[in-house]
Design a protein around this ligand. Sequence first.
Ligand code: HEM
Length: 510
Amino acid sequence: MGTITWTFVVGAITLVMTYIGIRLYRYLKWLRYVHKTLSKLPGPKPHWLFGNIFQIGNFSEFHYKCHEEFIVQKKVKIYVFWLSTFFPTVMLAHPDTIKEVMRSNSPKPTVGPGYPFLVPWLGQSLLLSNGAKWERNRRLLTPAFHFSILTGYFKIYNEVTDVLMDKLATMCEKRKYIDIFKPASMATLDTLLQCALGYKGDVQQVGEHHPYVYSKSELNLGFQHSGERSTLEYIHHYPEFIYRYLTANGREFFKLCDYVHKFSKDIISTRRKELNESKETEKKKHLDFLDILITAKDDNGVGLTDDEIRSEVDTFLFAGHDTTSCLLSWSMYCLGKFKDIQNKVYQEIKQVIGTKNTVDSEDLANLRYLTCFLKEVMRLHSPVSIVNRMLDQPVVTNGVEIPAGILIDLGIYHAQNHPDVWQNPTEFRPERFEGDKHHEMDPYSFTPFSAGPRNCIGMNFAQNEEKVMIARIIKRFEVSLDPDHVVEPFMEVVLRAKTGIMVNFKERDL
Ligand code: HEM
């Protein structure tokens, strides 16, 4: 090799090494600063290298343990835990600390075990995107959740509940106590498929024999367990082409994604054709989600492509399915556990609905106790317990500056059960939400649907559906829990029960 070539090689190596050296120096300086600031915060004692990783093991247990030690006993507003000495996570656990980040535009994290799993399935939809893309789509999608659009769904909520109730009655003829999670899950999926895609396919009766239901359940299951994968397996799953083409799991995962994408896309393109061909005089009286998404245009007159709509619809089906089924299941649990409260809910429903066999949008304003009941269920059994942000700029909270680049957990469950915020937080008492009492509290003390710019777009949809379902079920059945079955809450992406919730539905004498 000539002198010039050697000079070039040595020069290039020096440049690369200098670049790496500068990056490493900056990273280590940042890490030192992070340790200096975050060490002031309370939290479980970390190992110098592995942090708290070996204490975490089962995330649900770790979270409840931290709640007991730091929230109930020490009443802290913020704590820190370490996934290793390199990855601290700051938990904001009180409205005073949560609000600093929840009301800001801090982005959603784009790293972590769940994220790469969700992207091929949901795409850069509302739930996962940040910045300009998120802002544009949020503006285009908001009209789909307008009061007038949601009113049109009450018929679907009632029809879905009719099927669900017959199913519960039949199931309870065979076995006294049934696990409510499965039928609740089929019912809320049925609702979403009808509302988001206009698809009616006897989902509740066919269950997992239906190819869409099967594919979606498998994807959900995969996602729930994606958080449990070891770091090694996680790395092994990526880069994507290795996972996609060289592993059995990956091939199956992408096959399922392709199936659910095709299912939604076929329906979207058929609807687009119908909308294009329909004459002005034939325009539908009631527009649904899909009509709004297909016809929405931004300030430049540009609409959403079929792929973008597909991505948003898949996101509604992801974000709106397990959350609503788990809320319905925990509502049944609370009704069965507190019979006096069940009776109050029942008396109100009888008075408001009378002999009617449906619950309509006009009824909701009069179902005041039911509204308080549902809020109390969400306070104690929040379907989503934690959401995350990645700080893109430093935030000062509780007198401590949290540096940019830190992963933040917004502890919805902690804040909703904080003894400094709630009187006797473990007591189930819907009355605490009666009248204006709750409105005097800090709005960030109760955020089951999050709050601020990234709050849940489906909040009203979900609450309407729940109220119809609960009211109809309680009007027809008396709900009781299996006294021999221990119900143990288990935090996954949503709050489940480790061994289910066993419930009996007994027809009332009318
Ligand atoms: C009981 C039911 C529900 C609960 C407890 C719930 C809770 C939440 C929470 C806590 C967030 C914030 C997530 C984050 O910051 O990472 C969220 C976001 C979201 N939810 Fe819900 N949700 C429910 C039902 C629904 C339904 C029925 C839909 C759709 C039909 C839906 C669609 C969404 C979407 C698209 C987002 C992302 C919003 C954005 O970032 O702009 N959710 N939800």
